[in-house]
Ligand binder design. Structure first.
Ligand SMILES: Cc1ncc(COP(=O)(O)O)c(C=O)c1O
Length: 432
């Protein structure tokens, strides 16, 4: 068989260009990271050929004895990493993991209480343009205007008034930690299920640098490709499994099913067909990496770099939502800098500083324009950059944000960005 470069130069060229873009620029999108060669190798393997509907030992296809092994490795590593009794590593993405949560805990029309998208929540937490908002009666809590933080008393009052069937926690752009104990007490008081979507912070939670949702939430979902630094994908976890309270029983025995059994069925056949076995193998590799001590050291640096960068921005009179960060990301409200999120994203992009425009709480701009940008430290920390470099990146960003029309400034910053990136090499291959 031919090498891709020979067989399809058109596609190979795109891969080469994208690898160069990743090597040469500053990747500051909070939801992105750089995986290891081993993680990429498992993904680009023959396991992509295998159909394996079902679970290890209970498949609907023959020839699954090898992929069974790798799925068990992935599940066991996930359980060990998060101290969980149950894991399902099949969700194709964060969104499909969340779909399985909805299918398990809610009926169409049931009420959900989640974090507002414009306050840092995710589309799958009830946005009207997403299946979650279309299928369920989605209501929202938000951060307080003065503090940019969640106020658990306000959320409790809202839950008492709405009496949701499920409360979701988790965010795409919230720079602070969550009080899971308080959330659980609210959920118990109003008779709601509690679901944590730790897509963004899974790596930090695995390293025990943030509060642990597993002992408190009925179910936890995550992506595997953000701070966790694995392949693109999703995963579901339960801290302590128990019998479901929905009255669902096993047809033959009449035994009450465990929550884990309902969630397994909600993934397949509920919301997915065949699992992506090459991605599951890759998840196993990434979870193996996350179980090593140096992963904790990496996550500590992610937070230290994020805090150092946030402090430098504050010194330069930037407004950070909530006044700083506890995690891997910060949200900058650019309104005092006389530039929109869209303009800042474009100007920074021209200097090879990649960020995304982001709504800030109580934003006056549309989601296509926005007043803010979101910045994250996971990817450049993976390259080995430390606090000094992150402070310098903040200064370079400031130069661009305050001179968005100046080609001279942008060219100069771009030059320094490339120089810095050269000092912290990334990929020396296109195909792993
Ligand atoms: C909190 C949260 N949940 C779910 C998702 C969805 O993940 P995916 O893009 O893999 O569907 C994201 C992605 O950004 C997220 O931030």
């Amino acid at each position: 068989m031919k090498h891709l470069k020979e067989q399809d130069p058109e596609v190979y060229q795109v891969l080469e260009n994208e690898t160069r873009r990743q090597n040469d620029g500053m990747e500051l999108i909070a939801s992105e990271n750089f995986v290891t060669r081993a993680v990429i190798q498992a993904m680009g393997s023959t396991l992509t050929n295998k159909y394996a509907e079902g679970l290890p030992g209970k498949r609907y296809y023959g020839g699954c004895h090898h992929v069974d092994v790798v799925e068990d490795v992935a599940r066991n590593r996930a359980k060990a990493l998060f101290n969980a009794e149950w894991a399902n590593v099949q969700p194709h993405s964060g969104a499909t993991a969340n779909a399985a949560v909805y299918l398990t805990f809610l009926k169409p029309g049931d009420t959900l209480l989640g974090l507002d998208l414009s306050h840092g929540g995710h589309l799958t937490h009830g946005s009207p343009v997403n299946f979650s908002g279309i299928t369920y009666d989605a209501r929202f809590y938000g951060v307080e205007k003065e503090t940019g933080r969640l106020d658990m008393n306000v959320i409790r009052d809202k839950a008492r008034e709405i009496r949701p069937r499920m409360i979701s926690i988790g965010a795409s752009a919230y720079p602070r930690d969550f009080d899971y104990e308080a959330f659980r007490s609210i959920a118990d008081e109003v008779g709601a299920f509690l679901w944590m979507d730790m897509a963004h912070t899974a790596g930090l939670i695995a390293a025990r640098l943030l509060n642990d949702p597993l002992p408190h939430a009925h179910v936890v979902s995550t992506t595997t490709h953000k701070t966790l630094r694995g392949p693109r994908g999703g995963m579901l976890l339960i801290g302590k499994d128990s019998e479901n309270t929905l009255g669902k029983v096993a047809p033959k025995s009449g035994r009450v099913k465990m929550w884990s059994e309902l969630l397994d069925s909600a993934v397949f056949p509920g919301t997915q067909g065949g699992p992506l076995m090459h991605v599951i193998a890759s998840k196993a590799v990434a979870l193996g990496e996350a179980l090593k001590d140096d992963f904790t050291e990496y996550q500590k640096k992610v937070v230290a770099n994020s805090k150092a960068m946030a402090a430098r921005f504050l010194e330069m009179d930037y407004h950070l939502v909530s006044g700083g960060t506890d995690n891997h990301l910060m949200l900058i409200d650019l309104r005092n800098k006389n530039i929109t999120g869209k303009q800042a994203e474009e100007a920074l992009g021209r200097a090879d500083l990649t960020v995304n425009k982001n709504m800030v709480p109580f934003d006056t701009q549309s989601p296509f324009v926005t007043s803010g940008i979101r910045i994250g430290s996971p990817a450049m920390t993976t390259r080995g950059m430390g606090e000094d470099v992150f402070r310098r990146i903040a200064e370079l960003m400031d130069q661009v944000i305050t001179n968005p029309e100046s080609d001279t400034v942008i060219e100069k910053v771009r030059g320094e960005v490339h120089q810095l990136c050269e000092q912290y090499p990334l990929y020396d291959f296109v195909i792993a």
